[in-house]
Design a protein around this ligand. Structure first.
Ligand code: C2E
Ligand code: CA
Ligand code: CA
Length: 720
């Protein structure tokens, strides 16, 4: 249990993928080390055994040789022949032979045998002659005696070895007693023998073990099955007994000694290895996480956290590879540009984040990516027609409520383009292009709706893309013309002012409505350049005319810090008195940024320029706002003028507006006056100026000059 726990914690500490290789590596290292030590120590033990074997063998051999050497001096001796062989003198033997061999050299048995092998002298422990007789009677000994007797007396007739008597084993030496010189002669009959022996007893074994440095040396009568032993040979090399001992094992001892060391080294190695891997894993982990972070950044939009265009492409590609039937819903926000223009980019960002939340809630479990400023794409996997209806309905519904940013309630719409693979093998980029084209179709068909891609949409989409490019060129090269629509005094019907309006004649597509290219110029950031061009051109063209000039200012232009300065500079350059210029602004900007708008308008009015509120009635301007703003004029939108001729409440409405304007000290211009009735009603309602086709359409400056000359005497509408 404990083992499992610690192993688990080790696995937690060390990532699993590194745990096994590290353990294997360390295990292999330690295993190899142990093997090397085992082999080395075993070899050492073997060597030691051989050494001990050799030294015990040598000792066994030396002992016999020593005994032979000890006896030889006494057996090959003239005096010994005299006192033993010629006449047995036991006293002499005791004094001269036994004293040294038994006393000094420690032989337990000193025997003298006559020519018939009778023991004629015995010095044995306790003087027991019987024991001496037993030795002499032993077959092995007798055979040795026979051997020694057969040896020539002139040589060294002496033999030695080991003999077993019962459970005892003796080392013995037996020699013929022979003279050294010729002064002494051996008796006729066979000669006497001198023998010495000593038992292999515990004292002997102890001293041998001490000398040879072996442990637990003992005598055994049967060979041991395995291990260390040396045979004790007798006559003819026949083994009488064995010496055995406990072999020393320095290798094993060494390995026993270093085993704990191994354990410590092993544990340390494991710890160090684990630490290295841990550090390495940490580094790898850090690299991995920074790589993951970088990959996340590369594939996600920082503002909303949604996948970006690249991630969308990858997603589509992977689904298409699985031959999934995809449908893309391309969402583009309606009016988002105004949010940025009117409330600033921080508010725009906040709105985008809320859009992300609403889309995610409306399309749960659907892959949604942000692919542009205000463009979001949802990927539906093999949807049915009902699924598409349900998804688009949910998204449109999600935009029903206004977005709350700070204290602002912001209304936004969304246009959705829908394109699917439908079993075809379209490339992801083509699928996206189609969904985009369908979205533009939805936009141009009223916004706040969804459209499914059709082949005819390609043409419209293509037109828009090329126009964007061409418009830039037109603005830069003066390709935008300015036309002038007369504005007449309601009382005299004389032209007192003109409104400058832009015109663009596309080289291929012909006349493009300002309702199309002005929003386009706003969207692509060209409205400032366009506005300056129109003002410069209009001032230059109308400078010499005795009339007022009105120009339109886009809400987007209000964000230009240099607006007032630029207008003043252009007026100066054109020597155009600022009092003759009126700027027309729409309600939207004033409504949303009343404070900022008021400041800019004050600055403008400070230069002498007057300000008109254009398209009045189409927005939501309240009386409160109108009172706060530094305005000079209201231009009532043509939608209020049109119903005037049919009587009814139309007149009441214009009268009410007029009364309101009068109370605020503002002049009123009626726009879109097309008929005499409308003009009469507008006049009746208190409008001081009238503008519309009844008095003149927007026209070239040359035409206007002609018209002014014509109407110098007669009112404009009579010649329009
Ligand atoms: P707006 O400022 O309200 O301009 C008046 C629009 O009403 C003009 O449309 C004009 O042709 C049209 N109009 C005038 N009298 C009548 C009439 O009796 N009946 C009808 N049905 N329409 C009449 P236009 O020229 O197409 O301009 C459309 C809008 O484009 C303008 O509306 C203005 O908001 C914008 N615009 C035009 N030129 C410029 C420009 O140079 N700068 C800016 N910022 N906006 C411009
Ligand atoms: Ca206008
Ligand atoms: Ca207008």
């Amino acid at each position: 249990m404990h083992r499992t726990t610690s192993f688990t914690s080790l696995r937690q500490w060390l990532p699993t993928q590194y745990l096994w290789p590290v353990m294997l590596l360390i295990g292999t290292c330690l295993g190899s080390l142990v093997l090397i030590v085992a082999v080395t120590t075993r070899a050492q033990d073997k060597l030691q055994l051989a050494r001990e074997q050799h030294s015990v063998e040598q000792a066994v051999q030396n002992t016999v040789e020593m005994a032979i050497h000890d006896l030889q001096d006494y057996a090959k001796w003239d005096d010994a022949v005299r006192h033993i062989s010629q006449k047995l003198d036991t006293e002499w033997i005791a004094d001269n032979v036994v004293a040294y061999l038994a006393g000094t050299q420690g032989y337990s048995h000193v025997l003298v045998l006559d020519g018939s092998d009778n023991v004629v002298f015995a010095r044995v422990p306790g003087g027991a002659i019987k024991e001496a007789a037993t030795l002499v009677a032993a077959r092995e000994f007798r055979r040795e005696v026979a051997n020694v007797r057969a040896m020539p007396v002139t040589g060294n007739p002496i033999v030695g070895g080991y003999v077993r008597l019962g459970s005892k084993v003796y080392i013995y030496t037996v020699a013929q007693i022979v003279p050294v010189t010729e002064k002494v002669r051996l008796p006729e009959r066979s000669t006497h023998l001198l023998a010495i022996a000593r038992p292999i007893d515990s004292d002997f074994l102890r001293s041998l073990a001490d000398n040879q440095q072996v442990q637990q040396l003992s005598l055994v009568l049967e060979p041991v099955r395995a291990g260390s032993q040396v045979a004790l040979g007798g006559v003819g090399g026949k083994t009488q007994a064995w010496l055995t001992w406990k072999p020393s094992t320095p290798g094993a001892e060494l390995s026993r000694g270093i085993l704990p060391l191994f354990l410590i080294v092993g544990v340390l190695t494991l710890a160090v290895g684990a630490l290295i891997v841990r550090l390495g894993a940490g580094t790898i982990k850090a690299l991995q996480s920074s790589e993951t972070h970088a990959r996340h950044l590369a594939l996600h939009d920082a503002l909303t956290g949604l996948p970006n265009r690249r991630a969308l492409m990858q997603h589509i590609e992977s689904l298409a590879a699985d031959s999934a039937d995809l449908t893309l819903l391309w969402h583009d926000l309606d009016g988002f540009k105004d949010v940025n223009d009117l409330y600033g980019h921080a508010a725009g960002d906040a709105v985008l984040r809320q859009v992300e939340e609403r889309l995610s809630a409306a399309l749960p479990c659907v892959f949604v990516a942000r692919v542009g400023g205000d463009e979001f794409v949802a990927v539906l996997n093999a949807p049915s027609v009902e699924d598409i209806h349900h998804a688009t309905g949910a998204v449109l519904g999600a935009f029903a409520a206004s977005f709350l940013v700070g204290t602002y309630q912001i209304r936004l719409g969304v246009s959705i383009g829908c394109a699917g693979l439908g079993g075809s093998s379209l490339s992801p980029s083509e699928l996206m292009r189609r969904a985009d084209a369908a979205m533009y179709a939805a936009k141009s068909q009223g916004k706040g709706c969804w459209r499914v891609f059709e082949a005819s949409m390609d043409h419209v989409h293509h037109l828009r893309v090329t126009m964007e490019k061409d418009l830039g060129e037109a603005i830069a090269t003066g390709g935008i013309e300015v036309v002038y629509q007369p504005i007449v005094d309601a009382g005299s019907n004389k032209i007192v002012a003109v409104e400058a309006l832009s015109r663009w004649t596309h080289p291929v597509h012909g006349t493009v409505s300002p309702d199309v290219f002005i929003p386009l110029a706003e969207q692509v950031g060209m409205i400032d350049a366009l506005g300056r061009h129109v003002l410069r051109e209009a001032c230059r063209a109308s400078a010499a005319l005795p009339i007022q000039l009105s120009i339109n200012l886009s809400p987007a232009q209000f964000w230009d810090q240099n607006l007032v300065r630029d207008i003043s500079m252009i007026l100066e350059e054109a020597h155009f008195p600022s009092e003759r210029l009126e700027v027309e602004i729409t309600e939207s900007y004033l409504l949303r940024q009343p404070q900022a708008a008021a400041e800019i308008l004050e600055q403008l009015r400070g230069t002498g320029v007057t300000v008109a509120l254009d398209d009045f009635g189409t927005g939501f301007a309240s009386i409160g706002y109108l009172r706060q703003l530094p305005l000079d004029r209201l231009k009532i939108d043509k939608q209020f003028i049109k119903p005037l001729e049919s009587g009814g409440r139309g007149l009441d409405l214009v009268c009410a507006i007029s009364a309101l304007a009068a109370s605020l000290g503002l002049e009123i211009t009626a726009e879109g006056v097309e008929t005499e009735e409308q003009a009469a009603m507008a006049r009746l309602a208190g409008c001081s100026q009238l503008q519309g086709w009844l008095f003149g359409r927007p026209m070239a400056m040359s035409d206007l000059v002609d018209l002014l000359e014509t109407t110098a005497t007669s009112p404009a509408r009579q010649v329009a």
